[in-house]
Design a protein. Structure first.
Length: 428
């Protein structure tokens, strides 16, 4: 679910509608709503709990999409325009004596249905909306404020169409929504079917936080995103980043990364790491285009772990500093120099690679022999251990005695000047 701070106007409106109903109860008579200001105030009144519940649900779920997309100010102007225009149309075409926030709910419904659609789909969904309000006008005009509904739908639909046809013609990075999943999975599948299945499962399980799509004229051209590092608060990892094959070579990949880096700057991210591999399919390096895009953007390879994902498939990690990050001073360091190996875990997206979990201790290494026995029982090919540079140096002799070797480091990982050093041991 979206961050609640991003839908504060939506939440405020829903709470206001619920509080108004709790105070005034169901409005069974509208005879006293004679003037236009009184009719406009009637937006906060409803005839029944079903009337209220329907509007609040549509406004809440519509606002989840629209407010994050439009921003709080534009969204607030939009819902006010729906309320005023809907009330004005019904009041002057039919007369007073109507209540409810249906103009807002219909506006959000139309906007949500038509926004980010291709012109063909906009025409199709627009036809359904027109049919819906036409049926209301023919069969329910005596029972509901039909011109409120029509005005809200026209305003929401017009805003969506205006964005698609008269907005920026340049591709724009926008928050990924559930409706984008199908197209994003297709784009990923152009490169890797396994990644496509994994990404689809993650997205449908609620993993849209931090994800963005590159949009142009309602079409999804690519996807990118980030996930926060589990250990360091100002480090992020590039998430699923793919570009449609039809748009490769046009500079859009670099645009996606540049726009994403701008968003990460606002979050105080110091550095971004990009995990990839040298996987080959029938002799072809399927990530070659992606690697070139990272390198063109300024990222450099900082770590290569041979045979990590599988035999003959290495883990490659690029590092990309945020040039606009401002250092906040040195982070505190620990006086402890020893290691306690606390467990053995399978490394994600690998066959036969395990990682060691560790904790600091005053001095020396404990638990390493037992951990290696556990790795052997798992039929592991390799064991990896990632340590801060100071702990790595303090325990280098002991690790080398156990046949561990340094294969690289992620620079400035924990803080500027304190790298993450990767050690690897072949179990065989």
């Amino acid at each position: 679910m979206s961050d609640l701070r991003k839908i504060r106007v939506t939440l405020g409106l829903c709470v206001a509608l619920l509080l108004a109903f709790a105070v005034t109860g169901a409005t069974l008579s509208t005879a006293y709503l004679d003037t236009f200001p009184e009719a406009l105030a009637g937006v906060f009144r409803h005839g029944s709990t079903a009337h209220l519940g329907g509007n609040v649900l549509v406004i809440f779920f519509g606002g989840l999409y629209a407010e994050e997309r439009l921003g709080a100010v534009r969204f607030g102007i939009f819902i006010c325009a729906c309320a005023v225009l809907g009330t004005y149309a019904q009041y002057h075409l039919v007369g007073p004596n109507f209540v409810g926030a249906s103009s807002i709910s219909y506006g959000l419904l139309a906007y949500g249905v038509l926004a980010d659609r291709t012109p063909a789909k906009q025409s199709l969904f627009g036809a359904f909306l027109i049919l819906l309000v036409a049926l209301e006008w023919v069969y329910l005009s005596q029972a509901v404020a039909v011109y409120v509904h029509i005005s809200g739908a026209l305003l929401g639909g017009s805003l969506a169409m205006f964005e698609s046809f008269f907005g920026s013609k340049n591709p724009t990075l926008k928050p990924m929504q559930l409706q984008h999943v199908g197209r994003v999975v297709q784009i990923i599948a152009e490169t890797d079917d396994d990644d496509a299945h994994e990404a689809e499962a993650e997205f449908l399980d609620g993993g849209l936080e931090g994800m963005f799509v590159l949009m142009q004229k309602g079409e999804v051209l690519g996807v990118t995103g980030y996930s926060m590092d589990e250990q360091v608060h100002d480090i992020a990892w590039l998430s699923w980043t793919y570009l449609s094959g039809a748009h490769v070579g046009a500079g859009l990949g670099s645009q996606m990364l540049n726009d994403l880096l701008g968003k990460l700057k606002d979050l105080g991210i110091r550095k971004v790491f990009i995990a990839t591999s040298d996987y080959r399919d029938f002799g072809q390096d399927i990530y070659a285009a992606a690697h070139k895009m990272y390198e063109d953007f300024g990222a450099t390879v900082e770590l290569t772990v041979p045979d990590y994902h599988n035999k003959d498939e290495a883990k490659i990690v690029y590092g990309l500093k945020n040039p606009e990050y401002v250092e906040e001073g040195d982070a505190p360091t620990s006086d402890q120099t020893g290691l306690l190996i606390a467990g053995v875990e399978d490394e994600p997206e690998t066959v036969g690679a395990v990682g060691l979990r560790w904790e600091e201790r005053p001095v020396g290494i404990a638990g390493l022999d037992y951990a290696m026995e556990q790795a052997a029982k798992k039929n592991a090919r390799i064991v990896v251990l990632a340590l801060p540079g100071d702990l790595s140096a303090a325990n280098a002799v002991a690790l080398e005695t156990h046949s561990f070797k340094i294969c690289g480091e992620l620079k400035d990982y924990y803080q500027t000047g304190l790298h993450q050093v990767w050690w690897v041991c072949s179990v065989a």
